[in-house]
Design a protein around this ligand. Structure first.
Ligand SMILES: [Zn+2]
Ligand SMILES: [Zn+2]
Length: 261
């Protein structure tokens, strides 16, 4: 299987990288993880090709911060002819509140008639050809969702972003073929001798934390995502070096560079 990163940044777009959005084509379904500005790439050729091969879209939202939801500004147009199911913390909250505040000049009820909103709680949910598990994470005192997807062909992957490094997270992603995990540079703190729980910076898991989780969970491949927008590619490669020192199969996910799993 393959995962196509459409936006690999956190916070805001920079250096040619859009914010959180990842596509996984699976049979006639296009799985989309988060709806950051990377979702606008569905207007570009790589995105159009993915859409042309899909009959329905399953969109998973980790939480509602704008770097994960700004794509909704254009989602109704880009996904116009598709059956879209959105799996998130709450039903339609993500969008209806913006519309009420008149920030999004969109006829919400009419334009979103092809969208179905499903609130998901913790635990497994079985769909036709795959199943997924949800874990609630603490994100600066708010809740974000971690997702683990298991496909009938035996492949599996997990998407963990905007949370804290915990032992529970290691159990949750145990042994997956691909772990998409956020990473944040540690700042001034010295990485040495830190416990996993301390590998956190500004409400996010550090590069060291992400690679330690990957290692202890015995995953096959780690793809670092949610890049800090102030870091250029050379700085990100330094982060990758730190990750590889802890977990050899660490990779940097970059916009539009496919990752096999
Ligand atoms: Zn974020
Ligand atoms: Zn966030």
């Amino acid at each position: 299987m393959k995962m196509i990163p459409l936006g690999t940044n956190g916070y805001f777009g920079s250096f040619g990288r859009q914010t959180a959005c990842y596509a996984i084509p699976y049979k006639s379904i296009l799985i989309v993880l988060d709806a950051g500005s990377g979702l606008f790439r569905f207007a570009e050729s790589a995105g159009k090709k993915l859409l042309s091969e899909a009959r329905e879209i399953h969109l998973f939202l980790s939480h509602y911060h704008l770097d994960h939801t700004f794509g909704f500004y254009a989602a109704f147009e880009l996904f116009e002819k598709k059956k879209v199911t959105v799996y998130a913390k709450a039903g339609r909250q993500v969008f209806s509140e913006f519309v009420e505040m008149e920030h999004f000049p969109i006829d919400y009820e009419k334009k979103y008639s092809n969208f179905e909103w499903k609130a998901v709680g913790e635990g497994w949910k079985n769909l036709k050809n795959y199943r997924f598990k949800v874990r609630k994470q603490n994100h600066r005192g708010e809740v974000s969702l971690g997702f683990r997807l298991e496909f009938v062909n035996g492949k599996n992957m997990a998407y963990i972003t905007d949370g804290e490094p915990t032992r529970e997270s290691i159990v949750f992603v145990k042994g997956v073929d691909l772990l998409l995990h956020e990473h944040e540079p540690l700042g001034e703190k010295e990485a040495k001798d830190l416990k996993l729980e301390e590998m956190i910076y500004d409400g996010h898991v550090t590069t060291e934390g992400a690679s330690l989780i990957a290692k202890e969970a015995g995953v096959k491949k780690l793809a670092l995502v949610h890049h800090n927008p102030f870091l250029n590619e050379a700085s990100l490669k330094k982060e990758l070096k730190k990750a590889k020192a802890i977990f050899k199969e660490s990779h940097l996910a970059m916009d539009l560079e496919e990752i096999e799993f």
